[in-house]
Design a binder for this molecule. Structure first.
Ligand SMILES: Cc1cc2nc3c(=O)[nH]c(=O)nc-3n(C[C@H](O)[C@H](O)[C@H](O)COP(=O)(O)OP(=O)(O)OC[C@H]3O[C@@H](n4cnc5c(N)ncnc54)[C@H](O)[C@@H]3O)c2cc1C
Length: 354
């Protein structure tokens, strides 16, 4: 079925080898190293009505331990090209490589998104964000393969329904991102610094800018301290990053949640931020205050909260997907019981449900 597509097909590949949580059962994997091969492979599988799972860096995926009943199309394209004030990257290009190359080339704009694992093409999927910047602010256009029509087109960001860690591409089989293009600052200055901890480290006031290279270095340092830069030797980074999104509590329910927090913790300052349609609470804060310390449930467990950051669920070496799911349920249920807020996972789950 995939003859002539240019894909390299391998069977019974453990998805644990392709995900940063290093869990996931076996699947047939079709590696696509060119955009032509990626398009031909997805079109052929769609025509044959074979379920497809797109995987690039595997850093936002939690896949079942059982046989994965889809062909995994692994996006392994790599091209990156700079224009006057822009960068265009093929979907499989390593994201941090794109950011590093932009900064090296003297461009600003993407530096707050340094150190995020995974691919350029996945960044619009959940509107990747960190340190006060989300990709939709800088995206100029996205090249999509529409899987219903088979057509390929560049679309503008306004068509992608971006929100906090979401877009119309997330939890959807409608399209494949083939390439992304970003507008950059040709003068090498950073995006305005919106994240207090980052601005303070750079000796800047919030809203000021700094040279992109200095911001990148500072972001990488902050992220490493939280186990948020991949390091094979550090199990705190065998994760999918933040496992839960920060919950946006609708305005009408905010008083109830604050009352539940007061009942349990007394009159403590509660970190909150403005959210769309409500108030955003910090998932990490809620998890910790619900009684789950860093490293929970303890040194012998195969799946634990990171010892650096309560929001990351980590594999200590031989965890299975079932172990990660059990830990996620315990944490979610503890926060729901404590404060009446149901946390929602940020990674895409395949063949498993919390
Ligand atoms: C240590 C660590 C830190 C992280 N920090 C952050 C952070 O600060 N901010 C943040 O937003 N995220 C963060 N993440 C999550 C993750 O890195 C991002 O979501 C990243 O964009 C995922 O890219 P990927 O290539 O690994 O995607 P995958 O995990 O391979 O795929 C994720 C989803 O996108 C789909 N997908 C992938 N490529 C395409 C494509 N070309 N077209 C259509 N669909 C596609 C997949 O089918 C899947 O549903 C972190 C993860 C880790 C492990």
């Amino acid at each position: 079925m995939l003859a002539g597509t240019g894909a390299l097909v391998r069977s019974a590949v453990p998805l644990a080898e392709l995900t940063t949580l290093r869990v996931g059962g076996p699947a047939t994997v079709a590696d696509c190293a060119t955009t032509e091969s990626l398009v031909a492979t997805v079109r052929a599988l769609d025509a044959a009505e074979v379920p497809v799972l797109l995987v690039a860096g595997g850093s936002n995926l939690l896949v079942s331990d059982d046989d994965v009943a889809s062909v995994v199309v692994r996006i392994a394209t790599e091209g990156v090209e700079f224009g006057a004030g822009s960068v265009t990257a093929e979907a499989g290009a390593n994201w941090d490589g794109v950011v590093a190359a932009s900064v090296r080339a003297g461009f600003g704009g993407l530096e707050c998104l340094s150190g995020i694992p995974g691919s350029a093409g996945a960044t619009p999927v959940q509107n990747v964000g960190a340190y006060g910047v989300e990709v939709d602010r800088l995206l100029r256009r996205v090249r999509l393969l529409d899987r219903a029509t088979g057509e390929i087109d560049w679309v503008t960001p306004d068509t992608l329904a971006f929100g906090y860690r979401t877009s119309r591409l997330k939890h959807s089989d409608a399209a494949v991102v083939l390439a992304v293009e970003f507008t950059l600052h040709p003068d090498g200055t950073s995006a305005p610094l919106r994240y207090r901890e980052l601005a303070q480290r750079l000796g800047a006031a919030e809203g000021e800018t700094r040279p992109a290279a200095a911001v990148r270095e500072t972001v990488l340092g902050l992220r490493a301290g939280k186990g948020m830069v991949l390091d094979p030797a550090d199990h705190d980074t065998w994760s999918a990053g933040s496992f839960f999104t920060n919950p946006v509590v609708p305005d009408a329910e905010v008083d109830r949640v604050l009352a539940a927090i007061r009942d349990r913790l007394g009159d403590v300052p509660v970190p909150t931020y403005p959210g769309v349609g409500g108030v955003k609470f910090s998932a990490g804060w809620l998890i910790e205050r619900a009684g789950f310390a860093k490293g929970f449930p303890g040194p012998d467990a195969p799946a634990r909260l990171s010892t650096k950051h309560t929001l990351a669920l980590t594999n200590r070496g031989d965890a299975t997907t079932a172990d990660i799911v059990a830990l996620a349920r315990t944490v979610r249920d503890g926060v729901a019981e404590g404060f009446g807020v149901v946390l929602v996972p940020e990674p895409v789950t395949v063949g498993v449900e919390l």
